[in-house]
Ligand binder design. Structure first.
Ligand SMILES: O=C(O)c1cc(C(=O)O)c2c(n1)C(=O)C(=O)c1cc(C(=O)O)[nH]c1-2
Length: 259
């Protein structure tokens, strides 16, 4: 397989003419999808990490992303519910703890709330999710539905965007600390923690799909799950860009006080 054979890839899926005949070809295609479609390439991220947004726009991003973060453990509970196989459930369940925490130990959602609080947002308002963009809600819900309705293999494959997250998190930590005086290392602790969590999770998911997608059809399904997920992430940033950079805030959505 080479780059030319990937021309059968549309915005929504790879075509039937792409036949991946080995686990290595599958991995190469997944990495190509990440390199060309991951939301690290989105213009909103370039603005965020390059210090080009004002505080209100950064608040809008963190507020909306809270909905994604707080839905991830619900999504992961759905993924677990798809498996009769105990070993897979046991492997997957630490993801829920990573986000929800445990009695007496902080999880990712609390660390995300440190970020929104540090940015000056009221925690009850953030948790209510009242101010998020409709597109954020639709995209995130689509991810949960996908994991419920598609095959267990596709449910696992849809998490593979995490393969590409650590580089983005590194860029975010250094970019935001360098450019915004309202950001400090303490409120960025969520991302620091993900730098060790995400590679473990992504490694498991990648090994899983390489071992369990044994036909060209299944390998195409895995690729299409990743494409679907890159779209889930991309449209959330499209919506932020439209509302808070271009100034078309939909009725009822968060209106920043600080510019
Ligand atoms: O900041 C990001 O760009 C980013 C992206 C992703 C991703 O690629 O899905 C995740 C996260 N962060 C993240 O923090 C996280 O916990 C996470 C879980 C998952 C997943 O699909 O199960 N993706 C992501």
């Amino acid at each position: 397989m080479n780059a030319a054979s990937l021309t059968g890839m549309t915005a929504l899926s790879i075509g039937k003419d792409i036949k991946l005949t080995s686990a290595e070809e599958l991995e190469a295609t997944l990495r190509h999808i990440g390199a060309t479609r991951y939301h690290s390439l989105h213009p909103f991220h370039k603005l965020l990490h390059g210090g080009k947004l004002n505080k209100g726009q950064v608040q809008a991003w963190a507020l909306n992303r809270y909905y994604y973060q707080s839905t991830i453990p619900i999504k992961d509970a759905v993924v677990i519910s798809r498996f009769r196989d105990r070993a897979t459930r046991v492997e997957w369940r630490h993801r829920i703890e990573d986000h929800d925490g445990d009695v007496g130990s902080e999880g990712g959602i609390e660390r995300w709330l440190k970020l929104t609080e540090g940015l000056g947002l009221d925690t009850a308002y953030v948790e209510s999710t009242e101010g998020i963009l409709p597109a954020t809600r639709f995209a995130v819900e689509a991810y949960v539905h996908y994991c419920r309705e598609k095959s267990p293999l596709e449910a696992i494959a849809s998490s593979l965007t995490e393969l590409f997250a650590p580089n983005l998190h590194e860029e975010r930590i250094s970019g935001m600390l360098a450019h915004y005086d309202f950001v400090n290392p303490d409120i960025m602790s969520y991302f620091k923690r993900r730098l060790t969590q995400a590679p473990r999770d992504a490694g498991f998911a990648l090994d899983y799909v390489k071992a369990h997608a044994t036909t060209p059809e299944q390998r195409a399904q895995v690729c299409n799950a990743l494409i679907f997920k890159t779209n889930v992430l991309w449209v959330q940033l499209d919506a932020l860009q439209h509302a808070y950079v271009e100034g078309h805030i939909p009725p009822g959505a968060f209106v920043p006080k600080e510019h």
